[in-house]
Design a protein around this ligand. Sequence first.
Ligand code: KG4
Ligand code: ZN
Length: 323
Amino acid sequence: MITLSIESSCDETALALVKDADTILAQVVASQIAEHALYGGVVPEIASRAHAERIPFLLEQLTQESSLAWSEIDQIAFTAKPGLKGSLLVGQAMAETLAVLLNKKAIAVDHLHGHMAAAWLKQDQKKSWLKEQPQAPYLALVISGGHTHLFYGKKFGEFTCVAHTLDDAVGEAFDKVGRFLGLGYPAGPEIDRLAQKGNAAAVRFPEVVLKDGVPGFSFSGLKTAAIQLFPKVKQEISLEDFLASFQQALANQLTTQVAAILAQKSFPVSSLIVAGGVASNSVIRRQFQTLAERFDLKLFLPPLFLCTDNAAMIGAAAYLYSS
Ligand code: KG4
Ligand code: ZN
């Protein structure tokens, strides 16, 4: 099954050709980071216009990169939600137009299901299929700029949310603290890079305790603590130490909450998927490895280039919906 997929929910315009849920035949991504960086965040009007301008060129590039004929494409997939309305519409219009022209179905994909489906894609496209695939029932943590959600599902696409953030997403905490510190947008990768040179025990951030012990996450307290604390400690503590400690506090909260949920043994799973842009964070990846070992789970962490927004994951999800 060959899927042509389109992702345009936020600030990346991406197209891919994917075979089943595992092989990327071709993919192209045009980032709009430079356009939005000036404003410190994504500007919806700029995003939708940039998607509309780029999609036709990217489609041409994609078809040149693969040797496929149009007739070999079996279905078109597009990100339908969640995301910026105007940006989603650009991708949907292109997908539906192609579907009519090729006489194929246009499959609406949930962006969060896309992030999870990245766990099915081969890490190295040139190597044969070595990696195991996640087994149902699924437990999947999606950590990105807009979401911090833990899902459980017996069938791919039919997920219930087990826990979610009560305020900011973890990526938002990275980005807003980074913006305050003048680290550019998005700040997650830069914080990760600087924190590698820092001491994570330099600053003690408060441990987050949620009301009534409900499963969930909360990052706005840590974000505010970081913004208020930095001006007070910056004479004594290096930026690297400060960021390493802040990143550690975010990572600890993610793993502590997921561990508490796993300890309840309400979900009979053998694998855990951790996906989304923030899943490319080096400390978060390491901590989830340790957690997976502790609970004897097989951990599925997509490779870095498939954690952040891309179209291959959307094509993989469309295939998994029908498999
Ligand atoms: O999944 P994604 O590309 O877009 C959304 O669906 O939101 O995630 C983007 C988020 C941003 O908040 C970015 O700062 C964060 O992922 N991110 C990271 C890292 N790489 C990207 N956060 C922490 N460490 C990283 N290495
Ligand atoms: Zn995303």
